[in-house]
Write a protein that binds this ligand. Sequence first.
Ligand code: PMP
Length: 462
Amino acid sequence: MSNYDTNAIQKLDNAHYMHPFTDHKALGEKGARVMVRGDGIYLWDSEGKKIIDGMSGLWCVNVGYGRTSISEAVYQQMETLPFYNSFFNTTNVPAVQLAAKLVQISPPQFNHVYFTGSGSEGNDTNVRMVRRYWDVLGQPERQVIISRHNAYHGSTMAGASLGGMKDMHAQGGLPIPGVVHIEQPNYLESGRGLTEEAFGIEAASWLEQKILEVGPDKVAAFIGEPIQGAGGVIIPPSTYWPEIQRICDKYGILLIADEVICGFGRVGRWFASELFDIRPDLITFAKGVTSGYVPLGGVLVGDRVAKVLIEQGGEFNHGFTYSGHPVACAAALENIRIIEDEKLVERVANETGPYLKKRFAELAEHPLVGYANSCGFVAGLNLVRSKGATVHDNVAFDPSLAVGMVCRGHMFNNGMIMRAVGDRMIIAPPLVLTTAQIDEMLALIRHCLDLTYADVKERGWL
Ligand code: PMP
């Protein structure tokens, strides 16, 4: 039995707490689920129900819940120096140590770090930084940043503008000027008649088309998530990113990799840029840097940009109260120590990632699953009404039926958190998941797919 009065908490929640991305009227009718505890890959709600957290909180709890050594590092730092700023020719020890550590684990072109409080602030920093870079170089007309539809880069004005979410642009007068979008490399959606490899080249060519349309001397940068996360775990063909790199190089355009989800071992490398063989000039990070224990984000600044800003740029008029927050940096240092000590990046690369890939791909045998793929510790499957000869011949459900949400409901009720993006069901589990736990999770997913199938059949939707 639990000690929580769920009803009372839900009432207070409904009365006072405005949640991110939430229809409060709808939530008020059913009440929020109250999470109270975590340990390893498991969560418990206020009713005492145990749940496998297939989403690592929000793609962030890479080392799992309940890490006492992170709480201790945080406590120690709070006792020693809970806060000081880095504005006025001052610094603090954990921020310096973390910057040096991030330089050590990131690709060789990175020797500098700019800290923020979140991924969104990291991307706002990118917008100002790339524009400043071109200003300093005497090319102030290079203002335009090219991004992609269905990308997610955060919720601030610049972050949401860089992102390509239609529903976000529809509110608050977005995107801001100087941000344009191309189509995403979504093979299922746009790759009919092409091999995945050929589609990757085709999708990258949309960047070159856009550069020529805008005018190469007006384009400052291209930004993309190596694997789109919130957009539905869209894993691009292997040919896509090298071709994007070639096009950026051809026109001298800066490349920004938003690794807020992909970084810190998620794909079996410290950064997905290594896996996809690209050399970004800037990398946005957040989430996995502290495993979400304390908020922290930032930008890894490559030598090309850092050299110009530092040697010629003078003061960069940008910064946050919490840039380089000592407590957040102390949490990150301990989190990274755990990832290294437990060899989590190597485990995802060589052992658990390949095992998850094999087991997850087997789900495509299920009558409801039209496509299932994964990369490291992100994976997704598409629920379909019926299957055709190729993935492009599958028949989707009417989107208004929201079958993904029905499936998510069965998952939730049976102790498994799996997120629905339309009818694509996605996971991004903690990197500590063992092969035995992968089996446990996959059995649960299969069971919930069966329940969803029976449910959908009963409703006459098949
Ligand atoms: N970029 C990406 C790729 C993300 O997934 C997110 C968050 N889901 C963000 C940026 C924004 O990060 P935050 O919510 O910490 O502002």
